[in-house]
Design a protein around this ligand. Structure first.
Ligand SMILES: *Cc1c(COP(=O)(O)O)cnc(C)c1O
Length: 390
């Protein structure tokens, strides 16, 4: 049996007529960049994400970069980021010659550990970038109260968490000052190329971000500020408008897939729903934990990735690959161990939970169209690997 990590063709097949029609319609207009299709997408997204302003941009990375620029993050300013995330979460800070300051993650959720933020705050600290990793909210109430106390901006990296709800039901991205999303094809809502979105509830800030999206000219060719080319294509916006109404169903299917994996791992004697932190005889596999699962809103976790932690991870990965199962490591190197960040002061600190995650995490296929048979097969092969090595 083949179980790829992700198979986007299945989703395309299910919406092919609508998507093809939309793409041809836009081709007929020959209106390619920003314009009415992008504006319509922005209105729909603002409503869906419970934010006042939504701004389509060129990628999730550019969404973060634009957010930092819009908040006037300047050379030498410090910005707090979890040390365990996709590179962009910290890379954008360095691109402005500001300084990323790393914080370890929580050992269960892999999100920034709020209890370790304050010790990293200095006079130069300007902002915190919590990342809602894998599709589950960071602890926003604690983060927001730290930010308020120290007068810091909060830029939410919600690239993996579009429509994720926090424990009180609010949508991630709309809790901090600015929220950033990515429409990279492998995200839960993907376009046919690069794309991203910035949201904010501050309308004046929203206006500024819109101007900075087009080089900062307002009116056109008159510059009080310097922005960039962060524009989104009409084609991408059109594709997103076709897909958006299906997002909640896809998230529900991802959650059901995750529940089935959890159940099968427990039945196979490889995991328990008690142990999430340490390996032992009953926990060869540490399952992901949806910490807000008992709340009454549905998108407590949208499983952009289903991540387990295992011993002998790299051998297991090879074994699964030999059996037709696609996996990935998100992420093998935390920021504090990246060559490009090695001279940063905060790279010298210890980050035991991030190091543990980097050594043991593995992503299993979780896309909505996965069948129960495929999930059963993946668990069977993981079990076979552990029975072999004892
Ligand atoms: C994907 C991702 C980004 C960047 O998005 P792009 O659209 O690929 O530029 C930023 N942060 C996180 C956590 C991501 O997963």
């Amino acid at each position: 049996m083949k179980v790829p990590l992700l198979d986007l063709k299945l989703q395309y097949q299910s919406l092919k007529n609508e998507l093809d029609t939309k793409m041809l319609e836009i081709a007929a207009t020959q209106y390619f960049i920003l314009g009415p299709e992008v504006e319509a997408m922005e209105r729909e997204m603002a409503e869906f994400l419970h934010s006042k302003v939504a701004i389509g941009v060129s990628s999730g990375t550019d969404a973060l970069l634009l957010a930092l620029m819009g908040l006037d993050i300047s050379p030498g300013d410090e910005v707090i980021v979890p040390t365990y995330s996709f590179f962009a979460s910290a890379g954008v800070v360095s691109r402005l010659n500001a300084v990323p300051v790393f914080v370890d993650v929580d050992p269960v959720t892999f999100n920034i550990d709020p209890s370790k933020i304050e010790e990293k705050i200095t006079e130069k600290t300007k902002a915190i970038i919590p990342v809602h990793l894998y599709g589950q909210s960071a602890e926003m109430d604690k983060i927001m109260s730290i930010a308020e106390k120290h007068n810091l901006f909060v830029i939410e990296d919600a690239a993996q968490a579009i429509s994720t709800q926090y424990k009180d039901g609010s949508f991630v991205g709309s809790i901090g000052h600015i929220g950033c999303y990515s429409f990279f094809p492998s995200k839960n809502l993907g376009c046919f190329g690069d794309g991203g979105l910035v949201v904010t509830n501050d309308e004046a800030l929203g206006e500024k971000l819109k101007i900075m999206r087009v080089h900062g000219g307002h009116p056109k060719y008159y510059h009080k500020m310097i922005g960039g080319n962060f524009r989104l294509d009409a084609l991408q916006a059109g594709i997103l408008r076709v897909k958006l109404p299906h997002l909640d169903d896809w998230s529900e299917q991802r959650r059901q897939n995750a529940d089935l994996y959890n159940k099968l791992f427990i039945e196979a004697g490889l995991a328990s729903d008690a142990g999430f932190i340490e390996f032992d005889d009953k926990n060869k596999v540490l399952l992901p934990k949806a910490v807000y699962k008992d709340s009454d809103h549905k998108n407590y976790h949208i499983y952009n990735q289903y991540i387990i932690r295992v011993e002998k991870r790299d051998e297991m990965r090879e074994f699964l690959s030999g059996n037709g199962i696609g996996t990935e490591i998100y992420y093998p190197v935390p920021f504090h161990n990246q060559e490009c960040f090695k001279n940063l002061e905060s790279s010298k600190d210890n980050y035991p939970h991030s190091d543990f995650a980097a050594q043991h995490s593995i992503a299993l296929p979780i896309y909505p169209e996965l069948t129960e048979q495929q999930i059963g097969y993946v668990v069977e092969k993981v079990a076979e690997f552990y029975s072999k090595i004892g």
